[in-house]
Design a protein around this ligand. Sequence first.
Ligand code: URP
Ligand code: ZN
Ligand code: ZN
Length: 481
Amino acid sequence: MRHDMAIRSGLIATATETFTADIGIRDGRIVTIAEEITDADDVIDATGRIVMPGGIEAHCHIAQESGMGIMTSDDYETGSISAAFGGNSCFVPFAAQKTGQSLADTIRTYDDRATAKSVLDWSYHLILTDPTPAVLEELPDVFARGITSFKVFMTYATRVSDAQFLDILSVAGRHGGLTMVHAENHDMLDWMGRRLVDGGNLAPRYHAPSRPALAEEEAINRAVSLARLAEAPLFIVHVSTPGGAEIVAKARANGGRVWAETCPQYLFLTREDLDKPGMEGAKFICSPPLRDTATQEELWRHVQAGTLSLVSSDHAPYRYDDTGKFNAGRDINFRQIANGMPGIEMRLPLLFSEGVVKGRISLNDFVALSSTNAARIYGMLPTKGTLAIGADADIAIWDPNETRIAGEMHDAMDYNPFAGMEITGWPKTVLGRGKRIVEDGDLLATPGAGQFVKRAPIDLTGKARQPVPELDPAHNFNAKL
Ligand code: URP
Ligand code: ZN
Ligand code: ZN
């Protein structure tokens, strides 16, 4: 059998195995994994390199208005290019509904923003901000179109009430949708924020105490309970506290259909970064806020234990200028500074360097956390997220020994919160469906090369239901529900 391309002599790593072999690609898919492939038109010599599934970035904000109405600096072109230079071959940004907007119109808006621009294959998670009965009726159609996950907020102006959350979860649970949630208790944050500002504590560093760990823990506990009552699967985004992770761990140990992620900023940065001179701390304002070094160690423990299935960037790029962080002006308090920081290109090098190179996680764990688990949770396996016969040839080839000091990235940002860190291990070549996207520092794909990925519903096989007694006819006097 002739191959369009062969990747020869690399160390192949999947989420479960590591072995040396050649990979043969035809028509954009992996068709051969063998000791030796000699009949390819195009050969990449991967001797001394690691060959992995391309990363899947499952939490990023691209060409999206924030809750404060600020447009991200990255569009689908710069965002996907930056993601590719960071070892990703697929990403799943958000398509955010505006108040009063139908879901069909929301998706159309984002199709216009993504198509012809993305160098990566992409899908969307919807963001639901206005869950009217008509909008909830639209949800099953959205799932049928292959957009099988969506996010709600428990804080910000775009938050949903518990009653709305239950209605949403219930529809999602019945129709194969996965609800993602930003879990922080809004009133606790608002109360703390007002107290701090009223006390004259205005600088960026006060963002950290304004969003106590307790607010995340309370909201995660509530979200898990609501999802259990509604009998729906749940994904907790950007877990930043050990207490929150413990709640997830307990729910998972009890068979709950709950998944969660953390992000590089909670593993590699601390609230001390918010206390930089002048307004520099604004660069590190994200929500939930940065915590401390003890928290970092605890979160690593939960990454290792499998409580946290993904390490996602939560790339939310707002520049350190009047278009971004200071959109509300310069004479402002920490509550008026845009929330979010970039990281789409740094996520995988950071996780490889600090995780694999420093011995905190195995190479196979790295693949799981960076790609395979996202493909599994968000309905893209076996096409994406693994190296197997028939899978898309979405492949990242890494030099595990190259050491660089992190600096400027390929995004549209004017700062990198991880700048100055020494990172060992960088992706050298990234393929999307068998075509080079980046190689040795050059961009080889053209905008529009990416395709929309239609996703399946989350597979709940082996995830026991945890019926709430009051929903059981034997315990509720045969109530009609
Ligand atoms: O501060 C952050 N993370 N901004 C992006 C929006 C969100 O909450 O994920
Ligand atoms: Zn969030
Ligand atoms: Zn986010």
